[in-house]
Design a protein around this ligand. Structure first.
Ligand SMILES: Nc1ncnc2c1ncn2[C@@H]1O[C@H](COP(=O)(O)OP(=O)(O)O)[C@@H](O)[C@H]1O
Ligand SMILES: [Mg+2]
Length: 361
């Protein structure tokens, strides 16, 4: 049985549907992420799991038991917010002890559990400090410790790293992965940052306007986005209008306007004549000088329109004869190397037959 089952949950605010008939099953021990743009309904869904709010229809079950009559403080669930929500007048140790005091634990047990929790988040010597004496990352670690000290079945995290700068954020991501693994607590994590979702999660639900667009493992969300919204929201991708010429069990043959025929992986439910886009990730596009040979089937000539140097890699935007553009990414593997091609260079782009995917919705 799933630890958490969200069954056809809907939440309206007036005429507006914030969460639209959402169903998700989350297993014990999972690091599960709700990913989507701001306003898509992530926090609304999380608040209903926590018990701060109730669905208008549908059910939320924990260990198979409907939570509708269980108030938030009686649910074995804790929530960590971006704002840390620490008590400013309490020491770090007292902040972490708070849920244990509320649960009526003995002072001996509180002491040893707080010490353990401080060790878990590598703040052993910070118990006597006050929140204002900590950095942002340390405050967030205190919030994690407080969230985990009572050993909840489920820890909900609402954009907990949103206030941290990029470098610290990456450090904290690694800490979160380790913390979740060590504690074995199930995490439901919210973020609008796709790279964070890909890095942390066992599974991701991509949300858009109250709906789930795709629920899958990170590599499948990235590699096999189900539709244009998911493809566009996760990572970089080029999309070129295409129509299906041939739909075989082993492959699709697409007609790309102005380019010609392109071979793509087969896809269920796709029929001859369907229109949509061929979508391809920049790192899967090979770019070379015209003269170079390639064995790849999907091979087209174009012209470098511009490029974007970001240090480790350079992305080249290549204009195709049909006016569409396609991005190709190359690592700058030699020291000081910033580019291999100049704007205006005639080039060839090519990709494996299984790289470009057809999306018709
Ligand atoms: N209490 C409320 N009353 C009215 N509208 C709300 C309320 N809470 C959330 N909303 C609306 O529901 C939508 C989803 O909000 P939210 O779940 O906070 O999005 P997210 O967390 O994905 O950014 C937003 O358009 C928001 O304005
Ligand atoms: Mg939110």
């Amino acid at each position: 049985m799933a630890l958490l089952e969200i069954r056809n949950v809907t939440r309206r605010f007036g005429d507006f549907i914030a969460v639209d008939n959402v169903s998700i099953s989350i297993e014990a021990g999972e690091f599960f992420t709700l990913l989507g743009p701001s306003g898509c309904g992530k926090t609304t869904l999380l608040r209903m799991i926590a018990g701060f709010d109730l669905p208008d229809s549908g059910q939320i079950l924990l260990d198979g038991k409907d939570m509708v009559d269980t108030p938030s403080e009686k649910r074995p669930i804790h929530t960590v917010f971006q704002s840390y929500a620490l008590f400013p007048h309490m020491t770090v140790a007292d902040n972490i002890a708070f849920p244990l005091r509320m649960a009526g634990k003995t002072s001996d047990e509180i002491k040893s559990r707080v010490r353990e929790a401080l060790d878990d988040v590598r703040l052993s010597n910070f118990g006597n400090r006050f929140p204002e004496e900590l950095s942002g990352g340390q405050k967030q670690r205190v919030a994690f410790a407080r969230g985990l000290v009572n050993r909840p079945r489920l820890l909900l995290l609402d954009e907990p790293l949103g206030a941290l700068d990029a470098k610290l954020r990456e450090e904290m991501q690694i800490e979160l992965i380790n913390l979740q693994k060590d504690m074995g607590v199930t995490f439901v994590f919210i973020t609008h940052a796709q790279n964070e979702a890909l890095a942390l999660s066992h599974r991701i639900a991509v949300m858009n306007q109250g709906n789930i667009e795709q629920l899958d493992e990170p590599s499948r969300i990235y590699g096999f986005p189900r539709n244009r919204f998911v493809a566009d929201f996760i990572g970089k991708i080029s999309m070129i209008n295409a129509q299906v010429l041939e739909a075989a069990p082993s492959h699709l043959k697409l007609m790309v306007a102005g380019l010609g025929e392109v071979t793509a992986p087969s896809k269920e439910g796709v029929r001859v004549g369907d229109t949509g886009v061929m979508a391809i990730r920049p790192e899967q596009v090979r770019i070379s000088h015209h003269a170079e040979e390639t064995e790849l089937k999907n091979h087209f000539l174009g012209k470098v329109q511009g490029f974007l140097y970001v240090g480790d890699v350079t992305t080249y935007i290549v204009e195709l004869p049909n006016g569409a553009s396609i991005e190709a990414l190359l690592p700058n593997s030699a020291p000081g190397r910033a580019k291999f091609f100049e704007a205006g260079d005639p080039v060839a782009v090519s990709w494996r037959h299984d790289a470009g995917i057809f999306l018709n919705d």
